[in-house]
Design a binder for this molecule. Structure first.
Ligand code: MG
Length: 384
């Protein structure tokens, strides 16, 4: 695609969608925790070949659309008919300097990235490109009783997104008779002599029309997850006469870490990383050092608390990684035990817990044996 090309996706979500049942227009009904229109929005907004997304909604639905999509999306008012709604979207795309548009129906929530790429890619050679699937069912005429079979050779099911050179679709709209409705933009382009090619469609693009389609869409959506990653860091001082707790294990050593709790620097770093994934503050927010009840406390409970907060939000811990930074003791001999203990505390398979150690080449406070540092990274997934 040339640098000068600018592709805008227009999602038409202005219909009433009454056939799908429910009080809400179907494009705002939720499947997998997200409104149908939001599924489609994400597919385009996340796609590298799409520069911007414009959403066309019925008057009065702007706030609902913004809430459903949860982003600073450009919103355009729909018109009295689908054709008018698309025309408003095209005007917005023109104002936003589009050279190409992909027009999509919000009732088709699941848009494979490959279909977007195929449609957008075909616009290098054609004025229009549409996804389509060959008809596989037997087709027949009927006036109540079975009539003749209609040969399905050469028959295609047309889907959206339909892609066009902006000039071609604007010209097609301008030429279309004022008082005639058009359900398909590609036919309008064809009507004025434009070339529209077919690209491979996808059954997941099928329209949500009836209540049963919402049930199928729910099954297709599954839960919608967001991946979150956060880091944690901690330092404690090494002192004589203290026990050394590291990663939930008592490690034999001449000195131990001092602090308000058991000073388990590895578990503190990891607790902060986990709290960070859900933006729930840090270990000090939940267990203030000023509170005497945490004096000498076993740090495993801090870690379990953080994991509990993630699970309470319906989240899952995917992976944790801890690096312990010290000259001594050697962590290698204890690595398996520490890994197993952290896995136990987090109720995770050991394969989702990584424990590493390093020295700082005798440099700095860790190198001089004044203290031990730890850093951690946690990756979780939470429902969107
Ligand atoms: Mg600490």
């Amino acid at each position: 695609m040339s640098e000068a090309e600018r592709t805008i996706a227009i999602i038409v979500a202005a219909g009433e969608g009454s056939r799908a049942g429910g009080d809400t227009p179907k494009q705002f009904q939720r499947v997998g925790g997200l409104a149908l229109v939001a599924h489609a929005y994400r597919a385009f907004a996340d796609h590298p070949m799409i520069d911007e997304v414009v959403l066309v909604v019925a008057p009065g639905m702007e706030a609902a659309a913004r809430e459903a999509v949860g982003a600073e999306v450009a919103i355009v008012m729909g018109g009295a008919s689908r054709r008018e709604s698309v025309a408003h979207g095209l005007a917005a795309a023109t104002a936003r300097r589009a050279t190409r548009v992909l027009i999509h129906d919000a009732a088709r929530p699941f848009v494979p990235a490959g279909v977007i790429a195929a449609v957008a890619g075909a616009l290098g050679k054609h004025q229009g490109a549409i996804p389509a699937l060959p008809v596989v069912d037997t087709l027949a005429r009927s006036d109540g009783l079975l009539g003749d079979v209609v040969p399905r050779t050469g028959l295609w099911r047309v889907q959206t997104p339909q892609g066009f050179q902006l000039e071609a679709i604007i010209a097609a709209h301008a030429a279309w008779p004022e008082n005639e409705e058009a359900t398909d933009d590609a036919q309008m382009v064809r009507h004025v002599g434009g070339s529209v090619t077919l690209v491979q469609g996808d059954p997941v693009l099928d329209k949500v029309t009836y209540p049963a389609d919402l049930v199928l869409a729910e099954a297709r959506a599954g839960p919608v997850w967001r991946t979150r990653t956060a880091t944690g860091f901690d330092v404690h001082r090494l002192e004589d006469g203290e026990d050394l707790w590291l990663g939930g294990m008592l490690i034999p050593h001449s000195r131990g870490l001092s602090g308000h709790s058991d000073a388990d620097v590895a578990l503190h770093a990891l607790t902060d990383a986990l709290l960070g994934t859900i933006a729930a503050g840090d270990i000090g927010t939940h267990f203030p050092p000023s509170d005497p009840q945490w004096r000498g406390a076993e740090s495993g409970q801090f870690l379990r608390h953080a994991a509990g907060l993630i699970r309470a939000r319906g989240g899952e811990i995917e992976f944790v990684d801890v690096t312990i930074i010290c000259e001594a003791p050697k962590i290698g001999p204890h690595r398996a035990a520490v890994t197993a203990r952290i896995a136990e505390l987090l109720e995770l398979p050991a394969g989702q817990v990584s424990v590493k150690a390093t020295t700082t080449e005798r440099l700095g406070f860790t190198g001089r044996g004044e203290g031990i540092a730890a850093q951690a990274v946690a990756t979780v997934r939470v429902p969107a």
